[in-house]
Design a binder for this molecule. Structure first.
Ligand code: ADP
Length: 273
């Protein structure tokens, strides 16, 4: 094959090579920026509770500190910050394992209705503390069997319900609904809380991302809960969605694969000789 314009061909090749290199450099820059942001976020998340603990200890250690009740209160507050640190470490550990693909998905068949009820029952006390009513809108006569990792899906529902309580409104309601699709089930968790500004929605599932309002309201959290949720759902090759209106509330939804029904064949007649 003889090219009609060999110089043009070479020029074209060089251009293509340059474009490819440029996009590789861009990708490396993006990763570097992400790494830097990640480190600064992490140190910020650790510093806040550590400084608080240090503050309470310093106060109690003052020579003229004698108020026993006050000491107890300070110790309680310090203990709460220790809790926050340990949750943070647990979440970080979980997310790094998920990202490295170190946590296998243990599939089994189970009734999604039962799992939802279990999680709702165990969240009842927390909901009462937030003065929020929990409800399960169970609209099918029969429970739906899904094929997924029960423990991890339990964690997903727990994280979404925890958020609905944290960002919900006092006197409000969190409801869980299920919708049967063709070969999937859609689970939705809806609250009537503070909602999320539209501009934040695309970033919600990033590690450490928190909206301004949740930070300013001093609501505890690491910003890792939704990142963990997204990882678990994507590891199942399923989808997670969110819709929200600021001031009115949010709905987080995720799909699961339905378990294939088992067809029971009638036994063959036994031949008698
Ligand atoms: P955390 O709750 O620890 O901050 P998440 O990853 O669970 O971290 O959530 C990230 C952010 O998304 C929260 O900080 C909050 O701003 C927002 N968010 C999550 N769930 C809700 C919700 N149900 N209502 C309003 N905002 C929410």
């Amino acid at each position: 094959h003889v090219s009609a314009d060999p110089i043009n061909d070479v020029e074209h090749e060089v251009e293509e090579w340059a474009t490819q290199k440029k996009s590789e450099i861009e990708e490396l820059r993006k990763q570097e920026k992400f790494r830097r942001e990640f480190l600064s976020n992490i140190s910020h998340e650790f510093k806040t509770p550590l400084f608080a603990i240090q503050g309470y200890i310093d106060a109690i250690q003052e020579d003229d500190f004698e108020d026993k009740d006050m000491a107890r209160q300070f110790l309680d507050k310090a203990a709460r910050n220790v809790d926050r640190l340990s949750y943070l470490i647990k979440d970080l550990d979980e997310i790094s394992k998920l990202e490295k693909g170190e946590i296998p998905i243990n599939y089994s068949k189970f009734k999604i209705n039962d799992l939802i009820k279990e999680v709702l029952d165990s969240s009842e006390l927390k909901a009462e503390r937030h003065h929020i009513t929990l409800e399960f809108k169970e609209k099918y006569d029969e429970a739906i069997m899904v094929y997924a990792d029960r423990e991890k899906i339990s964690q997903v529902i727990i994280n979404l319900i925890d958020n609905s309580l944290k960002y919900g409104k006092e006197g409000g309601t969190t409801s869980v609904s299920i919708f049967e699709l063709h070969d999937q089930v859609l689970v939705e968790i809806t609250d009537d809380g503070i909602g999320i500004e539209e501009k934040y929605l695309p970033r919600l599932f990033e590690r450490f991302f928190r909206t301004d309002s949740s930070r300013s309201r001093k609501i505890g959290g690491s910003g890792l809960g939704l990142a963990i949720v997204k990882h678990i759902i994507e590891a199942h090759q399923q989808t997670i969605t969110v819709r929200s209106t600021e001031g009115l509330g949010s709905t987080f939804g995720f799909t699961l694969q339905k378990a294939k029904p088992q067809i029971a064949f009638p036994g063959l007649p036994v031949l008698k000789s």
